[in-house]
Write a protein that binds this ligand. Structure first.
Ligand code: ACO
Length: 401
């Protein structure tokens, strides 16, 4: 274990654990995962069963409030979210100000932060009721903002959705509808997206969730915490990996499909290249989400009648890596993002939007973790350090340096 225990300047003992590989930051009752056995459960329910039997809104309710909703509870949650799904017209001016080429994650993070100015009451959440109001507000507005980032990139007029549709169906409409054309829902697309969102909905104390909790611990408010979480998710070592995987698979395809060459590059310690979508901080056996997504990718491509050579490259790469001593020894397996991009692509979602799709799925998990942190009255997050810089030095005037 790469952990140092040192006596700090104030006399207390400080542990240094780079990347917090062995350091817990909180107690949590939301998500259980066993990385050795490849188990993932939300509030005790297995991810496999939830992906099969529940829909995304039920899972969101489960994560946030701790129990599967009754029919009445689910209807109320749905209604409250829909009532909050309008976005202030002036928010469009902010969206208009971004260049078309802006990365959707930067736009989404900024718009989420901008929501605070339009909903100042959402910051002070000293009662459970105020907390609930902030939660349904963001659950309602976030899909609108996410869909708008995609439409902006495609130069399409904004779509305000249709509240007679279900949560994921409405998201699909807001993303995929075309001007002057009646929108026709596609159940294959809706079901695939529903499943992907469920699989991404929470994953205990990962980088973005820890960010949400630590920002929230200063009582900065839910939307500010989420905006920070979106920025954390953007990185290619975290949620940004889904975009990086497709870009890598495309590059391999363009280079003649020589998977062995890229496996060798990933193993070469002098080469910064890593096999994107491979490896996980916690899963050291397999990522249960990757198993479900691989199967789903094959089904979706089959149902939509799409033949994507990139799926074959992905399968080829995975089968070689899973036999290779380098990957076996380090327990590197395909993670959730190895196959998710293939589905997003088949659904017609642009590559730069993949991490936004991840954020849409992770939203209830972030909210649940933030709510838990506030209800437990956790103290402000403030890690310590071991100072390794200069001792006291006298100031040197500019002309004497
Ligand atoms: N390709 C090649 N080698 C790898 C890879 C990879 N994808 N991942 C890890 N390794 C190697 C490292 O070089 C290291 O080798 P060493 O022991 O010889 O030095 C060893 O495996 C351990 O890797 P660490 O980076 O120490 O593992 P860590 O837990 O810090 O990182 C991470 C996990 C960031 C996910 C890493 O595996 C990675 O960069 N993967 C690719 C990016 C990716 O897919 N990220 C998505 C993660 S899932 C998610 O966030 C939704």
């Amino acid at each position: 274990i790469d952990i140092k225990v040192l006596r700090g300047a104030t006399g207390g003992v400080t542990t240094i654990d780079p990347g917090y590989k062995n350091t817990g930051s909180c107690e949590s009752a939301i998500t259980f995962l066993d990385g050795e056995k490849g188990i993932l459960r939300y509030r005790g329910y297995s991810i496999e069963e939830l992906a099969e039997k529940a829909d995304f809104l039920e899972v969101a309710y489960l994560l946030i409030f701790g129990e599967l909703p009754t029919k009445e509870q689910l209807e109320k949650f749905d209604k409250d979210i829909k009532e909050e799904s309008h976005v202030d017209e002036d928010m469009k001016k902010i969206l208009d100000g971004f260049p078309k080429s802006a990365h959707p994650m930067g736009v989404l993070s900024s718009l989420t932060s901008a929501l605070i100015a339009f909903n100042p009451g959402s910051v002070d959440v000293d009662s459970e009721e105020a907390m609930y109001n902030a939660i349904v507000k963001i659950m309602g507005k976030f899909p609108v903002l996410a869909a708008w980032t995609m439409r902006k990139r495609k130069s399409l007029p904004l779509d305000y959705g249709d509240n007679s549709l279900g949560y994921v169906e409405n998201l699909c409409k807001m993303m995929f509808s075309r001007p002057n054309k009646a929108y026709e829902a596609n159940s294959i697309v809706n079901d695939a997206l529903d499943k992907l969102l469920i699989l991404h909905a929470d994953h205990e104390q990962n980088c973005s969730t820890s960010t949400v909790r630590i920002v929230g611990s200063s009582h900065a408010g839910l939307f500010a915490s989420l905006s920070a979480g979106i920025s954390a998710l953007w990185g290619p070592l975290h949620g940004g990996a889904n975009q990086a995987v497709i870009e890598m698979l495309e590059a391999i395809k363009a280079d003649g499909g020589d998977t062995a060459k890229y496996i060798a590059k990933a193993k070469d310690k002098e080469d910064p290249f890593r096999l994107m979508g491979f490896g996980h901080r916690v899963y050291k056996n397999f990522d249960p989400r990757a198993k479900i997504i691989k199967k789903s990718a094959e089904e979706v491509l089959g149902d939509l009648g799409i033949e994507d050579p990139v799926l074959d490259i992905a399968k080829g790469l995975a089968s070689v890596a899973l036999e290779d001593e380098y990957f076996v020894k380090r327990k590197l397996y395909p993670n959730v993002d190895f196959y998710s991009g293939i589905i997003y692509r088949a659904l017609g979602i642009p590559t730069e939007m993949f991490t936004v799709m991840f954020a849409l799925g992770r939203l209830p998990g972030w909210i649940a973790q933030w709510r838990e942190m506030r209800l437990r009255k956790e103290p402000i997050g403030r890690p310590r350090q071991i100072y390794v810089g200069e001792n006291y030095r006298e100031f040197v005037d500019l002309e004497k340096r």
